[in-house]
Design a protein around this ligand. Structure first.
Ligand code: SF4
Ligand code: SF4
Length: 193
């Protein structure tokens, strides 16, 4: 039988995040079904869809890759939709305030920047913000994204927060190992950035 959970409010989501670890332990082979109103906002629906699908993926690798991608898309979409760094003519607010000639914000001349997008889906870069943003705006953190906060382990959260310029595939390998030692070795050696 499926595990059916009704979600009617944000406190239900909080309760769900607390129970997921227990569900994974007790109902490992069961399917999670979340019942929620279609009138919920897009962001909340995205979170709930992610919880449901991540729980129902039964291999660690698949789940990790899925959570990585959904977290990356969540931040990237929010970043673009709200023009979070207040880009104008390819310059972000920090560059404009400082009267820099540089363009493309933090990505600058990065070799992975292709058609104004990160070609390697570097999640850690998406969590990096300059001092201007940290001082003047509420920058998104892993703990603010319910499914990422719930499905990444503490060590994975540390790794994600420290690994700028690292390609998705390399990050998934390191995250799968859940090892800070492997993270250190892999990001110190052969780091071509
Ligand atoms: S984090 Fe700061 S420097 Fe980076 S793109 Fe945003 S405003 Fe610009
Ligand atoms: S690796 Fe980082 S700096 Fe380079 S394009 Fe991607 S997000 Fe930008």
């Amino acid at each position: 039988m499926d595990i059916i959970v009704n979600i009617n409010s944000s406190s239900d989501i909080k309760k769900l995040t607390k129970k997921i670890a227990l569900y994974k332990f007790i109902y490992k082979n069961k399917k999670l079904k979340l019942k929620y109103s279609r009138t919920l906002d897009r962001k909340t629906k995205y979170e709930l869809e992610t919880f449901e699908k991540a729980f129902n993926l039964k291999t660690k690798k698949e789940r990790l890759a899925y959570i990585y991608d959904r977290t990356y898309d969540f931040i990237a979409n929010n970043y673009v939709e709200t023009n979070f760094c207040e880009f104008e003519n390819d310059q972000c607010i920090n560059q404009r305030i400082k009267n820099c000639k540089n363009k493309n914000g933090c990505c600058g001349e990065c070799k992975y920047l292709k058609n104004k997008r990160c070609s390697i889906n570097a999640l850690s870069c998406k969590l990096y913000f300059c001092s201007y943003i940290n001082k003047n705006k509420k920058a998104i953190k892993i703990k603010d994204i319910s499914f990422a906060n719930c499905f990444f382990t503490i060590r994975q959260k540390i790794i994600v927060s420290l690994s700028v310029f690292q390609p998705r595939e390399k990050m998934l390998d390191i995250l799968h190992s859940n090892s800070l030692i492997l993270w250190y070795i892999k990001t110190s050696i052969n780091n071509d950035k």
